[in-house]
Design a protein around this ligand. Structure first.
Ligand code: 2HA
Ligand code: ZN
Length: 278
């Protein structure tokens, strides 16, 4: 059976669109940011010969929980700015090998490149998210400016940062009722930051890396991009509020509870005590 042209695949088009948007928003300067998108074997098979392995690339962690799974992944050292003009250079489609220690490159990275240096954090996060949400498909990392800035100026706990973000835009509690989990500074690209991120991903689709950026996860590109842009917008509003002289009034916990009831969401009980409103 003849294969369709890979550049017309919806998942390639989505990667091109989202990397362009993230660049345009200023959240992925230079080679900042990375995305992994879990694909179905049958959707990849419409475009690529699954037996035709271009290269085998080692990973330094145990990915056996994902053996045989397919991902489209941004390339290590590649710039989001450039993805649209050359997807086959800046993106790759990989399959986790049977041994769980290597990935098999089926397409892309045509200059000899390799997947993002943050592959451990991404694949460990996929494993963690799939345990709590079998429909999870995307993990996205970027250097969202105002969220990153808040890790310098704000009390650095998951509870305090979540509550401030919720307070800055009414929609936030509805969009991410589980809150944002905050990690201390850790070495990027390491298995340690991967394990810590994945652990937090069991509790939340948003994990903030101190002095670095944000991780988002979810079922599709709109959900994950929407999560990050909503949290980032709240962080931007917080920045303006501070610049305008600070908070003088805000949404109360009682109002949050009414909001949660109205939209049928359950806020993280560690960040908002419910049962206040009768
Ligand atoms: O890939 O963003 O965290 C560049 C980064 C590393
Ligand atoms: Zn980064």
């Amino acid at each position: 059976m003849s294969k369709k042209a890979i550049l017309t695949a919806p998942f390639v088009e989505e990667m091109v669109e989202v990397t362009s948007n993230l660049y345009r928003l200023g959240w992925d300067e230079r080679n900042g940011g990375n995305i992994t998108y879990l694909l179905e074997e049958k959707e990849v098979a419409e475009y690529l010969d699954l037996q035709s392995i271009q290269r085998t690339i080692p990973m330094n962690f145990d990915g056996s929980a994902l053996r045989g799974r397919y991902f489209i992944v941004t390339g290590s050292g590649k710039y989001f700015k450039n993805v649209a003009k050359d997807p086959a250079l800046n993106l790759g489609i990989i399959r986790v090998a049977e041994d769980g220690e290597n990935v098999e490159l089926l397409w892309g990275y045509h200059d000899g490149g390799v997947p993002t240096s943050e592959l451990p954090a991404h694949l460990m996060s996929h494993i963690a998210r799939l345990e709590v949400d079998p429909e999870n498909r995307i993990v996205m990392h970027c250097h969202a400016t105002h969220l990153l800035a808040m890790t310098f100026s704000h009390e650095l706990t998951s509870r305090a940062i979540t509550r401030t973000l919720w307070q800055m835009c009414t929609e936030c509690l509805v969009v991410f009722p589980e809150g944002v989990q905050v990690l201390p500074w850790l070495i990027p690209g390491s298995n340690e930051i991967g394990e810590a991120t994945a652990e937090k991903m069991k509790e939340s689709r948003l994990v903030l890396w101190s002095f670095h950026g944000i991780y988002g996860a979810g079922k599709n590109m709109d959900e994950v991009f929407g999560l990050i842009e909503t949290a980032e917008k709240a962080a931007e509003v917080y920045t303006y509020v501070c610049a305008q002289g600070g908070i003088k009034q805000m949404i109360s916990d009682e109002q949050f509870e009414l909001l949660a009831q109205q939209f049928g969401v359950v806020p993280n009980p560690e960040f908002l005590e419910i049962g206040v409103v009768q």
